[in-house]
Design a protein around this ligand. Structure first.
Ligand code: ATP
Ligand code: MG
Length: 395
Protein backbone atom coordinates (compact mmCIF):
# COMPACT_ATOMS: atom_id res chain seq x y z
CA UNK A 1 0.00 0.00 0.00
CA UNK A 2 2.60 2.30 1.12
CA UNK A 3 4.75 1.56 -1.92
CA UNK A 4 1.90 1.87 -4.33
CA UNK A 5 0.73 4.98 -2.64
CA UNK A 6 4.31 6.34 -2.77
CA UNK A 7 4.67 5.53 -6.47
CA UNK A 8 1.34 7.06 -7.21
CA UNK A 9 2.10 10.23 -5.28
CA UNK A 10 5.55 10.49 -6.92
CA UNK A 11 4.04 10.25 -10.42
CA UNK A 12 1.44 12.74 -9.39
CA UNK A 13 4.25 14.83 -7.91
CA UNK A 14 6.18 14.79 -11.21
CA UNK A 15 3.11 15.88 -13.05
CA UNK A 16 2.47 18.69 -10.56
CA UNK A 17 6.07 19.80 -10.72
CA UNK A 18 5.99 19.88 -14.53
CA UNK A 19 2.82 21.97 -14.45
CA UNK A 20 4.31 24.26 -11.83
CA UNK A 21 7.47 24.67 -13.90
CA UNK A 22 5.48 25.52 -16.97
CA UNK A 23 3.38 27.99 -15.00
CA UNK A 24 6.57 29.54 -13.66
CA UNK A 25 8.09 29.80 -17.16
CA UNK A 26 4.90 31.45 -18.28
CA UNK A 27 4.97 33.91 -15.41
CA UNK A 28 8.57 35.15 -15.71
CA UNK A 29 9.28 38.52 -17.26
CA UNK A 30 11.80 37.14 -19.76
CA UNK A 31 10.54 35.93 -23.10
CA UNK A 32 11.17 32.21 -23.60
CA UNK A 33 10.87 30.13 -26.74
CA UNK A 34 11.45 26.38 -27.31
CA UNK A 35 12.29 25.16 -30.80
CA UNK A 36 13.39 21.92 -32.36
CA UNK A 37 16.79 21.48 -33.97
CA UNK A 38 15.65 23.21 -37.16
CA UNK A 39 14.34 26.16 -35.24
CA UNK A 40 10.66 25.35 -35.51
CA UNK A 41 8.81 26.88 -32.59
CA UNK A 42 6.72 24.55 -30.46
CA UNK A 43 6.26 26.58 -27.29
CA UNK A 44 6.51 30.22 -26.24
CA UNK A 45 5.67 31.85 -22.92
CA UNK A 46 3.34 34.78 -22.31
CA UNK A 47 6.20 37.27 -22.14
CA UNK A 48 7.40 36.17 -25.59
CA UNK A 49 3.94 36.75 -27.01
CA UNK A 50 3.62 40.20 -25.50
CA UNK A 51 7.17 41.13 -26.52
CA UNK A 52 6.68 40.18 -30.16
CA UNK A 53 3.01 40.92 -30.55
CA UNK A 54 2.34 37.44 -31.98
CA UNK A 55 -0.12 35.13 -30.23
CA UNK A 56 1.00 31.63 -29.32
CA UNK A 57 -1.30 30.03 -31.86
CA UNK A 58 0.15 32.16 -34.62
CA UNK A 59 3.74 31.16 -33.99
CA UNK A 60 3.65 27.49 -33.14
CA UNK A 61 5.18 25.76 -36.18
CA UNK A 62 6.85 28.98 -37.35
CA UNK A 63 10.53 29.81 -37.37
CA UNK A 64 11.87 32.69 -35.23
CA UNK A 65 13.11 34.28 -38.46
CA UNK A 66 9.62 35.85 -38.68
CA UNK A 67 11.07 38.38 -36.24
CA UNK A 68 14.03 39.31 -38.47
CA UNK A 69 14.23 43.04 -39.03
CA UNK A 70 16.99 42.94 -41.62
CA UNK A 71 19.13 45.27 -39.50
CA UNK A 72 21.77 42.59 -39.02
CA UNK A 73 23.61 40.97 -41.88
CA UNK A 74 23.90 37.36 -43.03
CA UNK A 75 27.30 36.89 -41.43
CA UNK A 76 25.79 37.73 -38.04
CA UNK A 77 23.17 34.96 -38.29
CA UNK A 78 25.67 32.53 -39.80
CA UNK A 79 27.87 32.98 -36.74
CA UNK A 80 24.85 32.48 -34.44
CA UNK A 81 23.93 29.21 -36.15
CA UNK A 82 27.50 27.99 -36.23
CA UNK A 83 27.72 28.43 -32.47
CA UNK A 84 24.46 26.76 -31.49
CA UNK A 85 24.75 23.89 -33.99
CA UNK A 86 28.16 23.15 -32.51
CA UNK A 87 26.32 22.68 -29.20
CA UNK A 88 27.57 25.91 -27.64
CA UNK A 89 25.52 28.62 -25.94
CA UNK A 90 25.11 31.83 -27.97
CA UNK A 91 24.67 35.16 -26.27
CA UNK A 92 24.11 38.40 -28.08
CA UNK A 93 21.89 41.28 -29.03
CA UNK A 94 19.34 41.16 -31.82
CA UNK A 95 17.39 43.88 -33.51
CA UNK A 96 14.00 42.30 -34.21
CA UNK A 97 10.69 43.34 -35.66
CA UNK A 98 7.36 42.92 -33.85
CA UNK A 99 4.20 41.86 -35.58
CA UNK A 100 3.15 45.51 -35.87
CA UNK A 101 6.36 46.30 -37.76
CA UNK A 102 8.10 48.22 -34.98
CA UNK A 103 11.65 47.20 -34.16
CA UNK A 104 13.16 46.54 -30.75
CA UNK A 105 16.45 45.48 -29.25
CA UNK A 106 16.66 42.23 -27.37
CA UNK A 107 19.35 40.49 -25.42
CA UNK A 108 19.19 36.78 -26.08
CA UNK A 109 20.72 33.55 -24.81
CA UNK A 110 20.20 30.46 -26.99
CA UNK A 111 21.01 27.19 -25.28
CA UNK A 112 21.14 24.04 -27.44
CA UNK A 113 19.92 20.74 -25.93
CA UNK A 114 21.75 17.61 -27.10
CA UNK A 115 20.83 13.92 -27.07
CA UNK A 116 23.06 11.20 -25.65
CA UNK A 117 24.96 11.05 -28.96
CA UNK A 118 25.70 14.78 -28.69
CA UNK A 119 23.33 15.72 -31.51
CA UNK A 120 21.39 18.95 -31.07
CA UNK A 121 17.71 18.18 -30.63
CA UNK A 122 16.21 21.44 -29.26
CA UNK A 123 16.92 25.06 -28.53
CA UNK A 124 15.82 27.15 -25.58
CA UNK A 125 16.02 30.88 -26.18
CA UNK A 126 15.58 33.32 -23.31
CA UNK A 127 15.42 36.99 -24.15
CA UNK A 128 14.68 40.36 -22.74
CA UNK A 129 13.70 43.63 -24.35
CA UNK A 130 16.56 46.11 -23.94
CA UNK A 131 15.16 48.86 -26.17
CA UNK A 132 14.82 51.23 -23.25
CA UNK A 133 18.40 50.62 -22.17
CA UNK A 134 19.52 51.17 -25.76
CA UNK A 135 17.56 54.40 -25.92
CA UNK A 136 19.17 55.60 -22.71
CA UNK A 137 22.59 54.53 -23.99
CA UNK A 138 21.94 56.31 -27.27
CA UNK A 139 20.83 59.45 -25.46
CA UNK A 140 23.90 59.23 -23.27
CA UNK A 141 26.10 58.85 -26.34
CA UNK A 142 24.43 61.83 -27.93
CA UNK A 143 24.89 63.89 -24.79
CA UNK A 144 28.52 62.85 -24.65
CA UNK A 145 28.96 63.80 -28.28
CA UNK A 146 27.27 67.12 -27.67
CA UNK A 147 29.48 67.76 -24.64
CA UNK A 148 32.53 66.81 -26.69
CA UNK A 149 31.46 69.07 -29.53
CA UNK A 150 30.81 71.92 -27.08
CA UNK A 151 34.25 71.37 -25.54
CA UNK A 152 35.84 71.40 -28.99
CA UNK A 153 33.97 74.56 -29.93
CA UNK A 154 35.08 76.10 -26.67
CA UNK A 155 38.69 75.21 -27.37
CA UNK A 156 38.43 76.71 -30.84
CA UNK A 157 36.78 79.83 -29.40
CA UNK A 158 39.45 80.06 -26.71
CA UNK A 159 42.22 79.69 -29.27
CA UNK A 160 40.56 82.30 -31.44
CA UNK A 161 40.19 84.63 -28.47
CA UNK A 162 43.79 84.06 -27.52
CA UNK A 163 45.03 84.78 -30.99
CA UNK A 164 42.71 87.80 -31.18
CA UNK A 165 44.22 88.91 -27.89
CA UNK A 166 47.72 88.49 -29.26
CA UNK A 167 46.79 90.43 -32.39
CA UNK A 168 45.26 93.15 -30.20
CA UNK A 169 48.37 93.39 -28.07
CA UNK A 170 50.65 93.39 -31.08
CA UNK A 171 48.45 96.05 -32.66
CA UNK A 172 48.53 98.19 -29.53
CA UNK A 173 52.27 97.80 -29.15
CA UNK A 174 52.88 98.79 -32.76
CA UNK A 175 50.33 101.57 -32.74
CA UNK A 176 51.60 103.09 -29.56
CA UNK A 177 55.13 102.98 -30.92
CA UNK A 178 53.92 104.60 -34.13
CA UNK A 179 52.05 107.25 -32.15
CA UNK A 180 54.80 107.86 -29.66
CA UNK A 181 57.57 108.43 -32.19
CA UNK A 182 56.02 111.48 -33.88
CA UNK A 183 54.72 112.76 -30.54
CA UNK A 184 58.19 112.64 -29.07
CA UNK A 185 59.50 114.59 -31.99
CA UNK A 186 56.71 117.18 -31.60
CA UNK A 187 57.59 117.52 -27.91
CA UNK A 188 61.32 117.64 -28.68
CA UNK A 189 61.08 120.28 -31.43
CA UNK A 190 58.62 122.37 -29.41
CA UNK A 191 61.22 122.35 -26.62
CA UNK A 192 63.90 123.53 -29.06
CA UNK A 193 61.66 126.33 -30.28
CA UNK A 194 60.74 127.30 -26.71
CA UNK A 195 64.38 127.51 -25.72
CA UNK A 196 64.93 129.93 -28.58
CA UNK A 197 67.48 127.63 -30.16
CA UNK A 198 65.89 128.11 -33.56
CA UNK A 199 65.68 131.86 -33.21
CA UNK A 200 63.86 134.36 -31.03
CA UNK A 201 60.12 133.93 -30.34
CA UNK A 202 57.69 136.51 -29.06
CA UNK A 203 55.63 136.02 -25.85
CA UNK A 204 52.46 135.03 -27.71
CA UNK A 205 54.34 132.42 -29.74
CA UNK A 206 55.89 131.16 -26.51
CA UNK A 207 52.48 130.82 -24.88
CA UNK A 208 51.07 128.90 -27.83
CA UNK A 209 54.13 126.66 -28.10
CA UNK A 210 53.78 125.83 -24.42
CA UNK A 211 50.21 124.78 -25.10
CA UNK A 212 51.41 122.56 -27.94
CA UNK A 213 53.95 120.98 -25.63
CA UNK A 214 51.46 120.46 -22.77
CA UNK A 215 48.87 118.88 -25.04
CA UNK A 216 51.49 116.62 -26.63
CA UNK A 217 52.75 115.53 -23.24
CA UNK A 218 49.22 114.88 -22.14
CA UNK A 219 48.54 112.79 -25.24
CA UNK A 220 51.76 110.87 -24.70
CA UNK A 221 50.81 110.11 -21.11
CA UNK A 222 47.41 108.92 -22.27
CA UNK A 223 48.91 106.62 -24.90
CA UNK A 224 51.26 105.19 -22.31
CA UNK A 225 48.36 104.57 -19.93
CA UNK A 226 46.25 102.83 -22.56
CA UNK A 227 49.20 100.68 -23.52
CA UNK A 228 49.90 99.83 -19.88
CA UNK A 229 46.35 98.85 -19.06
CA UNK A 230 46.05 96.72 -22.22
CA UNK A 231 49.27 94.94 -21.41
CA UNK A 232 48.22 94.40 -17.81
CA UNK A 233 44.80 93.06 -18.82
CA UNK A 234 46.45 90.74 -21.36
CA UNK A 235 48.82 89.55 -18.63
CA UNK A 236 51.75 90.76 -20.69
CA UNK A 237 53.18 93.43 -18.48
CA UNK A 238 56.26 92.33 -16.72
CA UNK A 239 57.86 94.15 -13.82
CA UNK A 240 61.55 94.11 -13.09
CA UNK A 241 63.16 93.05 -9.86
CA UNK A 242 66.38 94.97 -9.36
CA UNK A 243 67.81 96.64 -6.28
CA UNK A 244 67.51 100.43 -6.24
CA UNK A 245 67.44 103.37 -3.84
CA UNK A 246 63.95 104.57 -3.06
CA UNK A 247 64.81 108.19 -2.10
CA UNK A 248 65.68 109.47 -5.61
CA UNK A 249 62.55 107.79 -6.98
CA UNK A 250 60.41 109.57 -4.37
CA UNK A 251 62.17 112.86 -5.03
CA UNK A 252 61.59 112.63 -8.77
CA UNK A 253 57.88 111.88 -8.34
CA UNK A 254 57.44 114.77 -5.88
CA UNK A 255 59.42 117.14 -8.12
CA UNK A 256 57.10 116.32 -11.04
CA UNK A 257 53.99 117.49 -9.21
CA UNK A 258 55.58 120.39 -7.33
CA UNK A 259 55.03 123.05 -10.05
CA UNK A 260 51.32 122.21 -10.25
CA UNK A 261 50.98 122.17 -6.44
CA UNK A 262 52.67 125.57 -6.23
CA UNK A 263 50.45 126.90 -8.96
CA UNK A 264 47.42 125.85 -6.91
CA UNK A 265 48.93 127.25 -3.71
CA UNK A 266 49.12 123.84 -2.04
CA UNK A 267 51.76 122.85 0.47
CA UNK A 268 53.61 119.74 -0.63
CA UNK A 269 55.41 117.88 2.15
CA UNK A 270 57.45 114.70 2.26
CA UNK A 271 58.40 112.84 5.40
CA UNK A 272 60.64 109.82 5.04
CA UNK A 273 62.90 108.03 7.52
CA UNK A 274 66.58 108.76 7.01
CA UNK A 275 68.72 106.06 5.44
CA UNK A 276 66.06 104.06 3.64
CA UNK A 277 67.52 100.69 2.70
CA UNK A 278 67.38 99.77 -1.00
CA UNK A 279 64.46 97.71 -2.30
CA UNK A 280 64.36 95.08 -5.02
CA UNK A 281 61.60 95.93 -7.42
CA UNK A 282 60.87 97.95 -10.54
CA UNK A 283 62.03 101.54 -10.00
CA UNK A 284 60.23 102.97 -13.02
CA UNK A 285 56.91 101.35 -12.02
CA UNK A 286 57.27 102.43 -8.38
CA UNK A 287 57.76 105.99 -9.58
CA UNK A 288 54.76 105.66 -11.89
CA UNK A 289 52.48 104.56 -9.01
CA UNK A 290 53.73 107.36 -6.75
CA UNK A 291 53.39 109.95 -9.47
CA UNK A 292 49.82 108.86 -10.19
CA UNK A 293 48.82 109.07 -6.53
CA UNK A 294 50.55 112.42 -6.07
CA UNK A 295 49.07 113.96 -9.20
CA UNK A 296 45.59 112.78 -8.19
CA UNK A 297 46.07 114.36 -4.76
CA UNK A 298 47.12 117.65 -6.34
CA UNK A 299 44.40 117.44 -8.98
CA UNK A 300 41.55 116.83 -6.52
CA UNK A 301 42.70 119.32 -3.87
CA UNK A 302 42.01 123.03 -4.11
CA UNK A 303 43.05 124.17 -0.66
CA UNK A 304 45.43 122.95 1.98
CA UNK A 305 48.16 120.41 1.56
CA UNK A 306 49.37 117.25 -0.01
CA UNK A 307 51.81 115.07 1.87
CA UNK A 308 53.76 111.92 1.27
CA UNK A 309 54.64 109.85 4.34
CA UNK A 310 57.08 107.00 3.97
CA UNK A 311 57.37 104.29 6.60
CA UNK A 312 59.48 101.16 6.35
CA UNK A 313 60.01 97.94 8.21
CA UNK A 314 62.13 94.88 7.43
CA UNK A 315 59.64 93.52 4.90
CA UNK A 316 57.87 96.40 3.29
CA UNK A 317 57.79 100.11 2.60
CA UNK A 318 54.50 101.93 2.80
CA UNK A 319 54.01 105.25 1.11
CA UNK A 320 50.90 107.24 1.99
CA UNK A 321 49.78 110.18 -0.11
CA UNK A 322 47.41 112.33 1.90
CA UNK A 323 45.45 115.35 0.76
CA UNK A 324 42.92 117.84 2.08
CA UNK A 325 40.89 117.73 -1.12
CA UNK A 326 37.34 116.90 -2.18
CA UNK A 327 37.39 113.39 -0.71
CA UNK A 328 35.50 110.36 -1.92
CA UNK A 329 32.07 109.07 -0.89
CA UNK A 330 32.27 105.73 0.97
CA UNK A 331 30.10 104.02 -1.69
CA UNK A 332 32.49 105.17 -4.42
CA UNK A 333 35.64 103.78 -2.84
CA UNK A 334 35.23 100.32 -4.42
CA UNK A 335 34.78 101.68 -7.96
CA UNK A 336 37.90 103.82 -7.78
CA UNK A 337 40.24 101.21 -9.13
CA UNK A 338 38.19 100.17 -12.13
CA UNK A 339 39.58 101.28 -15.50
CA UNK A 340 37.97 104.35 -17.08
CA UNK A 341 36.09 105.10 -13.86
CA UNK A 342 35.91 108.72 -12.87
CA UNK A 343 33.71 109.50 -9.95
CA UNK A 344 30.72 111.66 -10.51
CA UNK A 345 31.50 114.24 -7.91
CA UNK A 346 30.00 117.01 -9.93
CA UNK A 347 33.52 118.30 -9.88
CA UNK A 348 35.33 115.59 -11.78
CA UNK A 349 34.52 116.92 -15.20
CA UNK A 350 36.48 119.98 -14.16
CA UNK A 351 39.49 117.73 -13.93
CA UNK A 352 40.97 116.20 -16.99
CA UNK A 353 41.92 112.53 -17.10
CA UNK A 354 40.66 109.21 -18.37
CA UNK A 355 40.18 107.30 -15.13
CA UNK A 356 43.02 104.91 -15.83
CA UNK A 357 45.51 106.12 -13.26
CA UNK A 358 44.29 104.23 -10.20
CA UNK A 359 43.46 101.05 -12.15
CA UNK A 360 47.04 100.99 -13.39
CA UNK A 361 48.42 101.84 -9.92
CA UNK A 362 46.62 99.00 -8.23
CA UNK A 363 47.58 96.43 -10.86
CA UNK A 364 51.18 97.57 -10.97
CA UNK A 365 51.38 97.42 -7.18
CA UNK A 366 49.96 93.90 -7.27
CA UNK A 367 52.43 92.85 -9.96
CA UNK A 368 55.18 94.05 -7.66
CA UNK A 369 53.68 91.97 -4.84
CA UNK A 370 52.16 94.94 -3.03
CA UNK A 371 48.89 96.84 -2.96
CA UNK A 372 47.22 100.23 -3.08
CA UNK A 373 44.56 101.07 -0.49
CA UNK A 374 42.31 104.07 -0.28
CA UNK A 375 40.75 105.80 2.68
CA UNK A 376 38.72 108.93 2.39
CA UNK A 377 36.21 111.20 3.94
CA UNK A 378 33.75 112.95 1.69
CA UNK A 379 34.75 116.60 1.77
CA UNK A 380 37.57 115.88 4.18
CA UNK A 381 40.42 114.66 2.02
CA UNK A 382 41.83 111.27 1.03
CA UNK A 383 44.74 109.00 1.80
CA UNK A 384 46.11 106.47 -0.67
CA UNK A 385 48.64 103.98 0.67
CA UNK A 386 51.00 102.15 -1.62
CA UNK A 387 52.56 99.13 0.12
CA UNK A 388 55.66 97.78 -1.58
CA UNK A 389 57.46 94.63 -0.44
CA UNK A 390 61.19 95.13 -0.10
CA UNK A 391 61.63 92.12 -2.35
CA UNK A 392 59.11 90.92 -4.83
CA UNK A 393 57.33 87.84 -3.50
CA UNK A 394 57.68 88.92 0.12
CA UNK A 395 54.34 89.07 1.94
N1 ATP B 1 42.99 112.06 -4.16
C1 ATP B 1 41.75 111.97 -4.64
N2 ATP B 1 40.77 112.72 -4.11
C2 ATP B 1 39.52 112.63 -4.58
N3 ATP B 1 39.12 111.84 -5.57
C3 ATP B 1 40.06 111.08 -6.15
C4 ATP B 1 41.41 111.11 -5.72
N4 ATP B 1 42.12 110.24 -6.49
C5 ATP B 1 41.22 109.71 -7.36
N5 ATP B 1 39.99 110.22 -7.17
C6 ATP B 1 38.76 109.87 -7.91
O1 ATP B 1 38.97 108.64 -8.55
C7 ATP B 1 38.80 108.74 -9.96
C8 ATP B 1 39.73 107.79 -10.66
O2 ATP B 1 41.08 108.20 -10.49
P1 ATP B 1 42.13 107.87 -11.60
O3 ATP B 1 43.46 108.34 -11.18
O4 ATP B 1 41.97 106.43 -11.93
O5 ATP B 1 41.59 108.68 -12.85
P2 ATP B 1 41.81 110.20 -13.25
O6 ATP B 1 42.78 110.87 -12.36
O7 ATP B 1 40.44 110.81 -13.36
O8 ATP B 1 42.38 110.06 -14.72
P3 ATP B 1 43.86 109.63 -15.11
O9 ATP B 1 44.58 109.26 -13.85
O10 ATP B 1 43.66 108.47 -16.01
O11 ATP B 1 44.43 110.81 -15.77
C9 ATP B 1 39.06 110.19 -10.26
O12 ATP B 1 38.42 110.59 -11.44
C10 ATP B 1 38.47 110.86 -9.02
O13 ATP B 1 37.09 110.97 -9.16
MG1 MG C 1 44.72 109.98 -11.97
Amino acid sequence: MEDRGGAASSAEGDDTLARLQLAALDAVANAIVFTDARGTIFWVNAAWASMTGYSRDEVIGQNPRILKSGAQDKAFYAELWRTVLAGRVWRGELINRRKDGSTYHEEETITPLCDAAGKVTHFVAIKQDISERKRVEQRLRESEERALRAAQELTVAKERAESADKIKSAFLATMSHELRTPLNSIIGFTGILLQGMAGPINPEQKKQLQMVRDSSRHLLALINDVLDISKIEAGQLEVRCEPFELSPVIERAVASVRPRAEQKGLALEVSAPAGLAPVSSDARRVEQVLLNLLSNAVKFTDHGRVSLEVAADAERVSMTVRDTGVGIRPQDLAALFQPFRQLDTGLSRNHEGTGLGLAICRRLAELMGGEVRAESEWGGGSAFTFVLPRRRGAP
